[in-house]
Design a binder for this molecule. Structure first.
Ligand SMILES: [Zn+2]
Length: 143
């Protein structure tokens, strides 16, 4: 696939900075609701939205059964995510998500956080880390 603007669950979880992972492990993500390909979690009072686009009919036709089975595993699936916290807004994630195509929605003016995230390492915040962890446990496969 040539879709360069996307990120998988595993990519975001694996590449989150250590400090984010540690803080995220201490948080509980509570599932709130599902609507229109969006799963919504409450993490410490912040509403984390996870959007998983459906696999298009065209894509399904192009893939072998094995490829399609792999794609249905949530860890391999492209998704979009957002969090309304200040860290997400100003410390990199909002900007990085927009640049890399995994932004569910933007909360900032998308100016580059030159000082707070000069290396573009802050892919996600601790709330999104906790939500994605819980999400991948709750929904290991999505059709
Ligand atoms: Zn957050």
């Amino acid at each position: 696939m040539t879709d360069k603007t996307a990120a998988t669950v595993n990519y975001l979880l694996d590449n989150a900075p250590q400090a984010i992972k540690q803080r995220g492990r201490g948080l509980v993500a509570n599932f709130l609701r599902y609507h229109n390909n969006r799963w919504v979690y409450d993490v410490g009072g912040y509403i984390v939205r996870i959007k998983v686009p459906k696999i298009s009919v065209i894509t399904q036709r192009q893939l072998t059964d094995r490829q399609l089975d792999r794609l249905k595993k949530i860890k391999n699936r492209d998704l979009m995510v957002s969090c309304p916290c200040k860290f997400w807004r100003w410390n990199g994630p909002d900007f990085n998500a927009d640049q890399d195509g995994y932004s569910e929605r933007s909360f900032s003016n998308l100016s580059e956080p030159v000082e707070r995230d000069p290396q573009h390492e802050n892919l996600i915040c601790k709330h999104v880390y906790a939500a994605l962890k819980q999400f991948s446990e709750d929904y290991p496969r999505i059709e």
